[in-house]
Write a protein that binds this ligand. Structure first.
Ligand code: 5GP
Ligand code: ZN
Length: 114
């Protein structure tokens, strides 16, 4: 599978990893859009949030990714708030077809997003 995030998860492409466990990996975005910009991904290749099925396992996995984001936000001292984004599909602005949560913080975010 020619997927850049699968390769990062497997350690085949370097990334600044901040968290790893059996099911998920978190690393710094290569082109940060905020002072803190991390990506949280499942090790399993799931192309997008739209591909997440109704199984308890996959729903638990998506919850787990959010829990990691919350824990990393704490570690990054984002007590003033942060934003989680999951760009999904072409209209959602997704450019890497491996499910990922963006954790953005360290500045006030704009609303509505572009
Ligand atoms: P998307 O646009 O799909 O929601 O987000 C993809 C994100 O992955 C972008 O913010 C982009 O900067 C980041 N990205 C793309 N390629 C790499 C890479 O090779 N390494 C890292 N660390 N981030 C990447
Ligand atoms: Zn992948």
């Amino acid at each position: 599978m020619d997927c850049i995030f699968c390769k990062i998860a497997a350690g085949e492409i370097p990334a600044k990893k901040l968290y790893e466990d059996e099911h998920a990996v978190a690393f710094a975005d290569i082109n940060p859009k905020a002072p803190v910009h991390l990506l949280i991904i499942p090790r399993q290749h799931i192309a997008s949030l739209a591909e997440v099925g109704a199984s308890e396992e996959e729903k638990t996995l998506v919850g787990h990714l959010h829990g990691i984001a919350n824990e990393l936000a704490r570690r990054q001292n984002l007590g003033n708030g942060y934003r989680i984004v999951i760009n999904t599909g072409p209209d959602g602005g997704q450019t890497v077809d491996h499910l990922h949560l963006h954790l953005l913080g360290g500045r006030a975010m704009h609303w509505p997003p572009g």
